[in-house]
Unconditional design. Structure first.
Length: 336
């Protein structure tokens, strides 16, 4: 029997969504120590899945383990690994489609558990495409492997097609930069109780529309923010500059998505971002992926004030929700 546990991730945005540049996408984000997905597997002669009674998300989202998705991932894992199967139990779940990378982390945790239960060495980067992951961003795969602040190389623009490529017809984007962030930094995450972010075909269609109309000039501004602010700040543990870079990269990405999501940040996330950004205890406020999760950067000494500010921001927007504070992940998935 084997247990695999992996932390959520935040997605700050992409480096480029314009067809005018050589590389498309190129994710930027960070792994989190919490919340986590955890699955257990033992070898059997077919695929079976279930969930522990308490396998509910730690923060917001759908309060059910996604057993349909788990079965798909387990079936695909058994196929690519060439094994008979495994009995997979979801012991902890991430909230689904809120911007915390639940799909990729569940897919890779399930795959790794099936592999180890059958005495196979997991190769998540190689097999992520067969699981349907890494088609745009490689941040979730990168944080599953090693945690940290991750920048991936994206995909060659020439491979972009108006039709979604078949599962597995891509390679996981390589990581071009990775840094551990200080242990006393804290990411504050607010998940408002509103409609989930886009996923599946809805997300794919929105991304195609965004890419086909994206302004290449925004990518040039993103490149400057990444190379002159975020990466140097990560390398030198500069909290204030890293927060500045997070916020700017998020705003620039929002310019690409404004027509699709109803603003630089999707409603009512914009109100939450504006309110939280006024707190002295929080910097770098933005929206993770399609949201609705909102993130900000604080530190251990100010985290209580940051949590209070996030709760106040939800109240100011007139929505319920959940708030947590977590350290950045400095390692990848845990396997026991």
């Amino acid at each position: 029997m084997v247990t695999v546990s992996a932390g959520a991730r935040l997605h700050f945005g992409f480096q480029n969504l314009s067809l005018a540049h050589d590389r498309l996408y190129g994710g930027v984000g960070v792994g989190l120590a919490e919340p986590r997905v955890q699955v257990r597997a033992e070898p059997v002669d077919a695929v079976a899945v279930d969930a522990a009674a308490d396998a509910m998300p730690a923060v917001g989202g759908d309060e059910r383990a996604d057993l349909d998705a788990t079965r798909r991932f387990a079936d695909r894992a058994a196929s690519v690994l060439g094994v008979d199967g495994a009995h997979v139990t979801v012991e902890r779940a991430l909230p689904r489609h809120v911007g915390l990378g639940s799909g990729t982390q569940l897919a890779l945790a399930t795959y790794a558990a099936v592999a180890r239960a059958n005495d196979r060495e997991p190769r998540p980067r190689e097999h992520a495409p067969a699981l349907g992951r890494g088609g745009r961003s490689g941040v979730g795969v990168g944080t599953f492997e090693a945690g940290g602040f991750v920048v991936d190389a994206g995909h060659p623009t020439a491979r972009f097609t108006t039709d979604e490529p078949a599962r597995g017809e891509w390679e996981t984007p390589p990581v071009v930069a990775r840094h551990d962030l200080p242990a006393d930094w804290r990411f504050v995450v607010a998940v408002p109780d509103v409609d989930a972010g886009r996923s599946g075909e809805s997300e794919a269609q929105s991304m195609r529309t965004v890419v086909e109309h994206a302004d290449g000039g925004v990518a040039d501004a993103v490149a400057g923010t990444l190379t002159r602010t975020l990466l140097p700040a990560a390398a030198t543990n500069d909290h204030a500059r890293f927060a500045d870079g997070m916020a700017e990269l998020g705003r620039l990405n929002g310019a690409w998505y404004a027509d699709e999501q109803g603003g630089v940040f999707r409603p009512p996330v914009g109100e939450i971002v504006d309110s939280l950004a006024r707190s002295d205890a929080v910097g770098g406020v933005g929206q993770s992926s399609w949201g609705p999760a909102v993130y900000g950067l604080s530190d251990e000494s100010r985290v209580d004030d940051a949590i209070d500010a996030a709760r106040d921001a939800l109240d100011a927007a007139g929505v319920d929700g959940n708030v947590l504070a977590t350290a950045p992940a400095t390692t990848g998935a845990d396997v026991e």
